[in-house]
Write a new protein. Sequence first.
Length: 327
Amino acid sequence: MNDEFRITLFTPEDAPDVSRFYRETYGDDFPIKYVYDPAEIARRYDGVHHRTAIVRDGGNGIAGMGSLFRCAPNPRLYEAGQLMVARRHRGKGLSNRIGHTVLEEYPTRIPVDAVFIEALCSHTRSQPSATNHGLLPTGVELERMPAMGAEKGGGAAANGALLMLFRVYRDVPHAIHLHPAYTDFVGRRVRELGIERTVEPGDSSAADSTDAQADILREASIATFSVFRPGRDWPDVLARFEAEAAGCALQVRLNLGDPAAPWAIDILRGRRFFLSAYLPLWFETDGILLQKLPAAPDFSAPRYGSEGAKALGDAVRIDWEAVTGGN
């Protein structure tokens, strides 16, 4: 890195500067609102659950930042994100240095099985950077990221697509239970990632009750349902989630380690949920992500930086057409 800059681990004293950096970058539009609260930033950024690299310029101001943070049931699966570089310092290689710190150095200092990134598809700039660090695409989330700051163009804008990319640092081989519609899709991702999985038959004799958790962000019109174990009440539980999140783009993350997963996916597909992404080690066992949108998506909008990413977008479109009949 240029001698003008130094990179350090976040300390609680940095919290007010981090909050100001978010406001300078995104205005008041960032959908996760704790980033505007320095006290909450200081509480969360503890170095293990949330490990943040801060780049300081010669005047000790924040020139950039990036983080690894937990947001999945598996405490050893981290998301890499919050990558921001101040406008006056762009083009100086800071994003590459932050990426190296977060994706190469930090996983050797805290327990990490895997890391994923959600790369914007409104442009392709961040996609090659992720693949250069060994992350491979596993799916596409449509209408997931609200437009913020300059991208809003002074008015309302549809949520943008995200490309999911994963890197497995330490695999945990295990059995997964695949729906026939997704056997080839998941199998290809497993081979590309170089991980070991055994595919076993599903079992429709689900547990008595569903174990799941909903997260609804109405301001951003997105809702997520994490399903640890589908039960016999799954159809009713799913219907209640859809009613509570009416008008939102819906995501369901389903545990493929549960033998009832193929049966639960049958119910989802019957309610017009379609493929989004494969989620290695999400629940400590693997997961799969399905999505449902309030209206037909614009498949021409996402931009892909590689043929592999484009092939994933095509797979999502094909499954949407199979599930919905194209309307």
